[in-house]
Every structure is written in C-alpha cells, then in structure tokens.
Design a protein around this ligand. Structure first.
Ligand code: NOJ
Length: 553
C-alpha cells in the first residue's frame, strides 16, 4: 500500500551513547566535543539522523536516564554551548539531531523531587506518586521494579513511600497531574524551539499505572512480583500521549520514536497511525524479547513477529528497525558468530533487518561488528540493572559462577564498552583511563581497520545505506515474507511499482540450498560473499551468506 513520503522515513539513524563514543579531553568519559570531532565519520557512513542518548544534568545512577535538570548539560559531557555547536555542525553537514526524552521519571535529585519529598503539602508533592504504607506500615503492594527489588521506597522525612519502576533514584512522575504534564510540555517545546529535530521518547509505555495499585497475583508467595502488566501500556494511556503530541511534537516538523515495550503490532496502529498516531514510529520489543537471555535466534517465530509488524503497519504507519541499542547485547555475539564468521554474520544480520519497510537504526559499533565482553568480577560492571539483578541472584543463593554467566550474557555493559577507533592504546577512545573497560579485541576490531578493509562490515553498511537511499522500492515498497518455515534462512521481497527486490540471508553457520526459480533475477545488487554465477536462481548459501537481488516485476 502507498505510504506518504516523509524525510524521516527515508533516513538512516545512528545512535550515540555519548559516554562511550569519543573522549575529547582525556577524562576517560566520552563527551559532546568528542561527538563533534567524529561527525565526519558519521556522515561518511551515510547517516541522516543522529540520536544522542541523554547528555542532561544527572547524578548518573542509570547513566543519564535519571535526569536532575532537563535544561542543563552534565559537566562531564560539556556545556550547553557545546550542544549548540553540535547541533549547528550536524546541520551544516546536512544531518539532523534527535535527543533522548526521559519523562516517565526524573532523578531523585531533580528540583521537583527535592521539593516533593520535603513535605506533604509542598506544591510539588503531587508531581510524584506517594503512598502511605498498609496498616502495618508495609509497602503498598508487591510490584517488582524493572531493576529488581520493590517499586516502593520508604521516605523517612514524610513517612510515605514513593514509586519508582526503575531504580530508587528514578522516581516516577505522576502523569495524572495536569501540572506535571504542562511542565513537561514546556520543557519539550523549549528544546524544539532550540531547533533540535526530534526525540526518542524513553520508557513511554509506563507513564500510566493501574488505578489503585492493586497487588499482583502471587501464587509462589514471593516478596515482589514482575509488575509490567500493571504499569505498561495501561488503558487510557492514549489520552496522555495524544495530548503530549498535540501540545508539542505536532507543532513542529520533527521526528519522534517512542520506546514502546508492551505494545503489540495490532495496538501499534493507534501509536503510529499517520494522522493521529502519538509518534512517527515506535521501538517494539517483541523480537528482542524473543532472543533474550542469550537464547540465540529462533528464526521461524522471529520471522513471524517481524512479518506481523511489517504487514500490520503497511500503509497505516511506520516501523523503526533495529537489532542493537544501548540496552541490549551485541548482535554478532548473541545472534551471529563473534569468532571467525564475525564479518559474514555481522553483514547478514545487518541485511536481514535493514531492507524491511521502516527507518533503520544503527547503534554505535554495530557498523564495525563490535562484540560482547566478559569482565572478571562484578565490581568491574557498571550497568545498574544487571548488577542489581546479579546481586539479588547471589543473595538468593545462586552460585557465583552461574551469576557471572548471567551477567556476561545479559549485561547492558556488553554494548556500552567504549567505541573502538583504532589499535592504539585504549582503542583511541581516550588518552586517560576509560570509565568502562575496553574490549581487548580492539586491536583487530576497530574503525581504522574497518575503513581500510573494503570487505569490512562498515563498508557493507555504507553500501546498504547508499542502495536504500537510491531506491523508492526499498524505502516505501510493501514487504512479503517467503520461505516462512525455513529454519535458517530469512528471505523476503519488497514490491515496487515496476520492480521487486529479494533479500535472502542465511543466519546460521551451515550451507543451505535454495530454489528461487519462480522469480526472474535482473541483478545481484549486493552480497557478502563472492558470487560467480550471479543470475542463477538455484544456489547454495554459504554460512551467514546474504544477498540482495533486483527482480523484474
Ligand atoms: C529505557 C532506557 O533505554 C534504559 O537505558 C533506561 O535504563 C530505562 N529506560 C530507564 O530510563
């Protein structure tokens, strides 16, 4: 079906996790000036839009996703002048910049919370979710926080609990209070007036909680129970989100992408519908939940999920396409092969998602095939979520080695190790001591090597970006899954006015014989192996082989 044309549909987005991108001043922490210095690299890859993870003032309990001042910059990242310069330099290169918008919660060091906790009759009291204990003074309910433990934290000062669905230093804002919403809209418009090009909107499915905060069923009589179903995508959330869009984003020509755990493909229509959707696109979680816990790729259900999203949104709304971000683990390590097939598998995974209908996102380091890391001790880890969860496992009696396996496989630090720029000391990331250990494999896996090697994952991504940019079919065309039941190969078509494309990727380390003799191949546009008989429709795919063909209609 026909899609309306929009700049953000034609764009390819690159996500920067600033702490780990490039350190310009030797303090071991990536910074805004570091991003400015690397803009030509990003432009060189062919990127249109940069998504910058949070750089706002923050005590860094969750690396900037705990904001203490929305309108100031964290000193270790630089100044507001640096940010203004980054915006200007990004625009000068014909790219756009979107910021992270974290409005489900603030830091407990935000002025609003400091006021709120100071007394029960403070005007800001209702900016957050306060609750007395039950008759015995116990926690109001048994909800578990996403980062482990209870969602409730006792506050001595006013003798009530406050709710935090992430860490206890990230109290949830009370979206039921119109003053909270208005304060947030004013802040959002302040940034939009500054000229930024949009937002990635953090944890936005959590802003509405189940009224009355009832206990969750607890058959195993646990201390706390996973609580997503009572604070994720709750009925009535759409009213808040429509208001947010009307009061802010819709007044500007910007791009928005909501982080939307808990929204399924059917429901997504409300979220991203062209006329009245709350966002231009959303990050859905169904495919990443499927490969959680380092299970590897269960391809048939994976294809079903991706296909459902492609079909449900075709002609209705738009997909955000991704396989990595700062909350996941590295794709080559968890889904592909980070040993001797690293390059082939990095390219195959890339091609698999890149040519679907939607806007592709690339997370820093994905374009050079960076891998997971295994640190020796818990102390070396930083990520609050995996550190908390590992500590809880150890407290509950899980043996240390098993707990370490868990953190190796799951820690978000896997994707947060510093960017590997070259083979010099500290991977060229910093002249100081990096805030998080650098992966030892930087000697072989780094940007300098990738730029010099015409067969690198980097050059493959660059070609994919160029090819997509030149093709209306690859941007706007409809998607059709073929070979749905094949357990190792993901193959699909994109349908254009008078051409088609076939994307065929072998996502495993075996040979697979394919027969596409029903199709008429015009051209092999891109592949990650040398192919001799280019237009032959029956062939054997080698391990992690990926091909893009142009077909006649
Ligand atoms: C989602 C963000 O992507 C993640 O990094 C963060 O920890 C939580 N939201 C809380 O803001």
């Amino acid at each position: 079906m026909q899609q309306s044309k929009q700049w953000w549909k034609e764009a390819v987005v690159y996500q920067i996790y600033p702490r780990s991108f490039y350190d310009s001043n030797g303090d071991g922490i990536g910074d805004i000036r570091g991003v400015i210095e690397k803009l030509d690299y990003i432009k060189g890859l062919g990127i249109d839009v940069i998504w910058l993870s949070p750089v706002y003032e923050s005590p860094n309990d969750d690396n900037g996703y705990d904001i203490s001042d929305y309108q100031d910059i964290l000193e270790e990242f630089g100044t507001m002048d640096d940010l203004d310069e980054l915006l200007a330099e990004t625009h000068k290169r014909g790219m756009k910049l979107i910021m992270d918008l974290v409005i489900n919660h603030t830091s407990d060091e935000h002025e609003w919370f400091i006021e709120s906790r100071s007394s029960k009759d403070n005007p800001y009291r209702d900016y957050y979710i306060w609750h007395p204990g039950d008759e015995e003074g116990n926690r109001p309910n048994n909800w578990e926080s996403i980062f482990g433990g209870s969602v409730w934290e006792w506050d001595e000062e006013t003798e009530e609990y406050f709710m935090h669905i992430f860490s206890k230093k990230q109290p949830d804002l009370n979206w039921e209070n119109p003053e909270v919403r208005q304060s947030l809209y004013d802040m959002v418009n302040w940034w939009l007036d500054k000229g930024i090009d949009g937002f990635r909107v953090d944890a936005i499915t959590h802003i509405k909680k189940k009224p009355g905060f009832p206990d969750l069923p607890n058959p195993l009589n646990k201390d706390v129970v996973p609580s997503f179903e009572y604070h994720m995508n709750q009925p009535g959330i759409g009213e808040h989100l429509s208001e947010l869009a009307n009061e802010t984003f819709d007044q500007y020509n910007v791009m928005t992408v909501g982080e939307a755990n808990g929204v399924d493909a059917k429901d997504a229509k409300n979220w991203v519908e062209e006329e009245n959707g709350y966002f231009d696109m959303i990050f859905q979680f169904e495919h990443v939940n499927l490969w959680g816990d380092n299970q590897g790729l269960d391809l048939v259900p994976f294809k079903q999920i991706m296909t459902r999203w492609q079909e449900e949104l075709d002609g209705v709304g738009w997909n955000a396409l991704y396989i990595e971000n700062h909350d996941l683990v590295r794709a080559v390590s968890s889904l592909g092969d980070d040993g001797d097939k690293r390059k082939a598998s990095g390219k195959a995974l890339g091609m698999m998602y890149f040519f679907m209908q939607g806007t592709p996102f690339i997370y820093q380091g994905q374009e050079i095939g960076m891998t997971n890391i295994q640190l020796d001790s818990l102390d070396e880890y930083d990520d609050i979520e995996s550190v908390n969860r590992t500590k809880i496992m150890i407290e509950e009696g899980i043996v240390f080695d098993e707990a370490m396996e868990y953190i190796w496989d799951n820690s978000r630090d896997n994707v947060r190790t510093p960017m590997q720029w070259d083979s010099s000391e500290q991977a060229g990331f910093t002249t100081g001591t990096p805030w998080l250990q650098i992966n030892n494999n930087y000697v072989d896996i780094n940007v300098q090597e990738a730029l010099a090697d015409p067969n690198s994952i980097y050059h493959f991504y660059k070609k994919m970006i160029d090819i997509r940019r030149e093709s209306e079919t690859l941007i706007y065309g409809s998607y059709e899954l073929i070979e749905a039941d094949h357990p190792a190969v993901y193959a699909y078509l994109r349908h254009g006015e008078d051409e088609k494309y076939l994307i065929v990727t072998n996502l495993f380390n075996d040979h697979e014989t394919m027969d596409f003799s029903d199709y008429h191949f015009e051209e092999l546009v891109l592949s990650n192996y040398l192919v001799t008989d280019e237009l032959k429709t029956e062939f054997t795919l080698r391990p992690y082989e990926a091909r893009l063909y142009r077909l006649s209609k």
